[in-house]
Design a protein around this ligand. Structure first.
Ligand SMILES: Cc1cc2nc3c(=O)[nH]c(=O)nc-3n(C[C@H](O)[C@H](O)[C@H](O)COP(=O)(O)OP(=O)(O)OC[C@H]3O[C@@H](n4cnc5c(N)ncnc54)[C@H](O)[C@@H]3O)c2cc1C
Length: 440
């Protein structure tokens, strides 16, 4: 009981607000941005909707979470589907059967060498936890994969090679599995659990329900959740930043906002990055602060449908700037005017950024559009927070911040993507619930 302040109104903070309220707490949700949703915000230009980070959302399998996020009235205006159609462009070929790198596009002997090394690695037990992504890949796929595939692909996404990155990054951009055999062999081999984790199916299979709003981008779902929080009498403050904290005998007892307002609290749930709170609490960290890649979003609407049924395509090709390409036409099928996509591009802060024409040409090369396609709209956005470069030192920086904070304060809960334990939305949600229920 008492007042719980939740800082950060991304999905983690939103769920934390609901769960805390369900436990009987008074709740105030404090967000620095001018709206809630974090990476699940959308923008509207000329009546076209474009999303910011995450696009569609999936059920988590946890009843408590799913009941709040996906109850009937919240998903009434959403398209529901249970199969993700995803592709990958690599080595000059668009493969629409899987989001994973399709190495069957390589010359036969190169593919065979990687397959041979992968199978050899399977027989070798490795007890040590990989200390970086190169070790992770070496343990699973061998040296050839690192040199010929992972190094150039990681250079494109992160501006550095896997040996400088945490093993956690292997989960991102669908770089945790590969296609290496024929569809039939893969099907047979995947029965073996150790191989199942290394290679993908050549095709999608029905899974949990996924949702995407018919109109208004993913943020329109966030708005439903916010309405629900307001009905539960959660107080929501946007455009509000924490200036300082008040601590009393191992507890955080107050928050002072930038406008001077003081909020007395009983508990704090912090869902934005833990090093930010550590800084406010004068906790010194002897590690390097996080770096991020500039993330540019190229929004294009064409007069004709893009040539793919995929919901999204990973452009893994190191020679192209495009990263993930989201095809809204296939997410909100039939409900959108025009045929839109967002192409994510990650660059170093000092790197030249591709022009809109460059990206259009890449979409032509991939085969999604042709010379006959005309733009109805085009625009470039820059993601405020960028994409984190998870080096081992960044991971330990965040971990150290989290540990020191948790040791110092008894009434603090840390949740969210900014605390290292999870990156993907569903992991973040499950983690949020676990953290909140830990001490109840
Ligand atoms: C480019 C990109 C693409 C992604 N795509 C996917 C995907 O396809 N699928 C998937 O599962 N996951 C994806 N993710 C990860 C996913 O977005 C996160 O798992 C999810 O958004 C986590 O929610 P969160 O609440 O922890 O963080 P966020 O969504 O980042 O929310 C944090 C909130 O805290 C606020 N905040 C920060 N500092 C302060 C402060 N000092 N005071 C007050 N408020 C503050 C921020 O403004 C923000 O609203 C992607 C991430 C990125 C960066």
């Amino acid at each position: 009981m008492g007042l719980t302040a939740i800082v950060g109104a991304g999905l983690s903070g939103i769920l934390a607000a609901h769960l805390s309220r369900q436990q009987g707490d008074e709740v105030i949700l404090i967000e620095a941005d001018d709206g809630c949703g974090g990476l699940l915000r959308s923008i509207n230009v000329n009546d076209y909707w474009f999303d910011q980070g995450t696009h569609f959302v999936s059920e988590t399998g946890d009843d408590v979470i799913d009941r709040f996020l996906f109850e009937d009235k919240k998903v009434a205006s959403m398209v529901c589907f249970n199969e993700t159609l995803a592709g990958s462009y690599f080595n000059g070929r668009l493969s629409e059967v899987s989001p994973y790198l399709n190495l069957t596009t390589l010359q036969r002997e190169n593919c065979a060498t990687i397959a041979y090394e992968m199978l050899c690695r399977l027989g070798q037990t490795c007890s040590s936890k990989p200390s970086n992504a190169a070790e992770y890949y070496y343990q699973h796929y061998g040296q050839n994969f690192i040199q010929k595939i992972a190094n150039p692909v990681y250079e494109k996404f992160y501006g550095t090679t896997p040996e400088n990155l945490s093993d956690k990054v292997a989960q991102l951009f669908d770089l945790n599995r590969i296609l290496l055999f024929t569809p039939e062999s893969s099907q047979t081999l995947k029965v073996e659990s150790s191989i199942n984790n290394l290679i993908g199916f050549h095709g999608s299979t029905p899974g949990v329900m996924k949702y995407y709003p018919k109109k208004g981008g993913i943020e329109s779902w966030i708005k439903e959740l916010i309405t629900s929080l307001q009905q539960q009498k959660v107080k929501i403050l946007t455009s509000s930043r924490i200036q300082s904290i008040i601590e009393e005998s191992k507890k955080i007892r107050g928050l002072i906002l930038q406008n001077g307002q003081e909020i007395r609290i009983d508990k704090l749930v912090w869902s934005s990055p833990s090093p930010l709170l550590a800084n406010l609490c004068n906790i010194k960290l002897n590690t390097l602060p996080p770096q991020s890649r500039h993330t540019l979003l190229y929004d294009i609407v064409y007069d004709k449908p893009l040539n793919s049924d995929c919901h999204y395509i990973n452009c893994h090709a190191p020679e192209l700037s495009s990263g993930r390409i989201t095809l809204y036409q296939n997410l909100a099928n039939g409900y959108r005017s025009g045929y839109g996509c967002t192409v994510e591009v990650l660059v170093a802060p000092d790197q030249a950024t591709p022009t809109m024409d460059n990206i259009h040409n890449e979409l032509m090369l991939i085969g999604l559009v042709s010379e006959k396609y005309k733009h109805c709209y085009k625009g470039i956005r820059k993601l405020k927070s960028g994409f984190p470069i998870l080096t081992p030192s960044v991971v330990s920086h965040t971990q150290m911040a989290s540990e020191k904070l948790m040791m110092k304060y008894e009434n603090l809960t840390l949740t969210g993507r900014g605390n290292n334990n999870a990156f993907f939305m569903n992991e973040v949600l499950i983690n949020t619930k676990n953290e909140l229920f830990k001490f109840r």
